[in-house]
Ligand binder design. Structure first.
Ligand code: IMP
Length: 422
């Protein structure tokens, strides 16, 4: 069975832990979109690993990890991550593949992003400054540079011509001429030496692997509400983290995805700008942030925190065709007298049960809450549903009922072992 695991909220749902946990059931783990804006944290026996570009299955020997064409690759970020993994004793040799069709993030993409954010002023997106958006812009603008393009380094070849054009355009836009296209080309020569052994036709590799009966897990980055098409546009990332992205981001057919699992925190967080209907600004928001250690794994930025938003997760269930949920960080809610679950939005005199498409309308919405009793006992590290306090069981059932999807995994702590599998 091939499984897609993706974010059902605004990212940072704990996908890294869930992918790592499920990896022993799979032979291949494949990333299909995003880049090193992602920060997938995995704890193994108390040791913390943060993966950005490399799929979260890499910690398991024998599992092949694949970076698909839908991912944007900053080669230096990739090499830094591989160096970190090597220092931790994780051997990736022969089990990491990068699509020849993946687009590259180059130094000028990061600069262009900083410029674009500064120009937006109050309307800034709050991006991760990794060059993700500009790299996807170049891809859609048909001027991007792909991994496979690095193979032809000849002076009059298409790579050199494209770099030259892109750097000259960047110099015109930024208004200074401090970047030489020859410097970028020289850097890409070095990049190719190290990248070349990893490069593969990922679509063909997956097709053959699946024909041999090898099971694949598709790992989403960011979350449904950050999806370029289905998220809270324009406060989104520049790729499709939703299920549709799996097919285009890897070059596989729809029947290759057997099941889709959405990962959702037992509450809600968001980093960056844009509406978050259940956001808590006072002491309760602070309580969730501190107890949940809600600081960005990539950027260290404090995350905005709020109650569980069942409208958002129900929406994620619809646009992704979710079969199940993995609910994470239940233990963060331990010790609270009362919890709130947002089941609808009030927008003026209208009650909306479904996520509105218009971001201004969403920003004007108030959450409609259902209160539910909390629990005082610790759920940390609990491994069976029946061992959860009765109120925590009722809370999980409420999330299932309001989101319309059964929870097959409940995470009760950061370690692999701190998990209920139903
Ligand atoms: P970008 O992906 O860097 O362009 O950022 C666009 C928006 O997506 C910003 O609000 C970021 O904070 C958010 N974002 C990007 N990657 C992640 C992630 O991995 N987790 C949570 N938010 C993210």
């Amino acid at each position: 069975m091939n499984l897609c695991v993706l974010g059902a909220q605004w990212g940072d749902e704990g996908k890294g832990k869930i992918v790592d946990l499920l990896t022993p059931r799979f032979s291949i783990v494949a990333r299909y979109q995003g880049g090193h804006n992602a920060g997938h944290t995995v704890y193994v026996r108390g040791q913390k690993f943060v993966l950005h570009l490399v799929p979260s299955g890499i910690l398991h020997p024998g599992v092949t990890c694949v970076i698909g064409n839908g991912v944007v690759v900053d080669p230096h970020a990739l090499f830094a991550e591989l160096d970190d993994l090597a220092r931790l004793g994780i051997d990736v040799n022969g089990r990491l593949l990068v699509s020849d069709k993946a687009h590259l993030i180059l130094s000028y993409h990061r600069e262009l992003e900083l410029l674009a954010e500064a120009r937006r002023g109050e309307r800034r997106i709050g991006t991760t400054s990794r060059g993700i958006g500009p790299a996807y812009e170049d891809k859609i603008g048909r001027r991007g540079i792909r991994v496979g393009d690095l193979a032809d380094q000849s002076a009059d070849g298409p790579l050199v011509g494209a770099v030259r054009e892109n750097v000259e355009a960047r110099n015109r836009l930024i208004g200074n001429l401090d970047l030489e296209w020859t410097v970028v080309v020289a850097d890409l020569r070095k990049v190719w030496t190290r990248l070349k052994p990893l490069v593969a036709d990922v679509s063909l590799y997956l097709f053959d692997a699946m024909a041999e009966g090898r099971a694949v897990m598709f790992e989403g980055a960011q979350g449904t509400l950050l999806d370029i098409d289905h998220g809270t546009y324009p406060y989104v990332t520049s790729s499709n983290g939703t299920t549709g992205g799996v097919l285009t981001g890897l070059g596989i057919g729809p029947r290759a995805v057997d099941q889709v699992m959405g990962v959702a925190k037992a509450y809600t967080t968001r980093v960056g700008e844009g509406p978050l209907p259940t956001e808590l600004h006072g002491a309760m928001g602070e309580r969730l942030r501190e107890t949940g250690q809600e600081y960005g794994a990539s950027t260290g930025r404090p995350r905005r925190c709020g109650w569980y938003d069942a409208v958002a997760v129900r929406y994620a269930a619809r646009v992704n065709g979710l079969d199940s949920l993995a609910i994470t960080k239940l233990d963060v809610l331990d010790g609270l007298d009362e919890l709130q679950v947002c089941t609808a939005y009030r927008c003026g005199n209208t009650v909306l049960r479904d996520m509105p498409g218009d971001v201004a309308q969403l920003a004007a919405c108030e959450p409609v809450y259902e209160s539910i009793a909390g629990w005082q006992e610790s759920t940390k590290g609990v491994t069976t549903f029946s061992a959860l306090p009765a109120a925590a069981q009722r809370y999980i059932r409420k999330l299932e009922e309001t989101s319309g999807v059964p929870a097959s995994i409940i995470s009760t702590g950061s370690d692999r072992e701190h998990t209920i599998i139903r």
